[in-house]
Unconditional design. Sequence first.
Length: 295
Amino acid sequence: MRNIFLVAFMLIVTVSVQAQELNCSITVNADKISGSNKQVFKTLENSLREFVNRKRWTKEDYKIQERIDCNMTITITEYSGDAFKGNIQIQASRPVYGSVYSSPVFNFKDDNFSFSYTEFQPLQYSKDNFDSNLESLITFYVYTILGMDADSFELRGGTKYFETAQNILVLAQQSGFKGWNQNDGNRTRFTLIDNLLSSTYEDFRNATYVYHRKGMDIMASDAKKGKSFIAEAIQLLKKLYDRRPEAYLLRVFMDSKANEITDIFKDGPSFNASQVRNSLQKISPLNADNWVKIK
């Protein structure tokens, strides 16, 4: 679905060379670590960039222009020997049909980011074993990005990628590292992938598809109709809120979309957005300053 869709609107010459799935910018920030020798952090950054961008993660054929744009920013807060601790911010976006705009589909911060790493250590991934928390963490988010992207092009199209991420989680649960288990908190990798694959939260994934494929992708040709579908997606999220007001996925969605939603409904063709605004105020009161801009 993604391949067919992108070929229809990318304004560049299609090339026959097959490429990996991700175009991922990776930064390792060690500003909080004292000392003059920072080479290990640069080596880690380069190794991760190669690991993510050069590996084929799926059996799908991606052309150069179809690679998913994403960012991983790792902030190291503690470092001793081969032990690293910090956080990682993951962001991903997808192109919007008929425009040069990229719409954010995933924006997630993981504070349970700790691992062991020795400089020049080769990074590999085994789907059947837990070998390294660093490799498992990064691979988990690679498949989560692939799933979120696929969901935005095809209704629940990301299931197989989320299932792979869940398998990584299961293998890592006996490692002793935080974030993989249910008792590690409510804002963890466990909660994220458990909710994405649960029928209880299906409205989130339905909303992701309606918002992007039916809403954003027709904005260039019919902005008012596009707004109506985006409003429909928000009402799907409101249904989820009514059943599960503390649903973590609502926070995940709004962390990616709050600014974009505001820009969509405060400008452009006239649209009665009062219901949208009221729903957003309930779903995400933390973004109240955004919602008051919607008229």
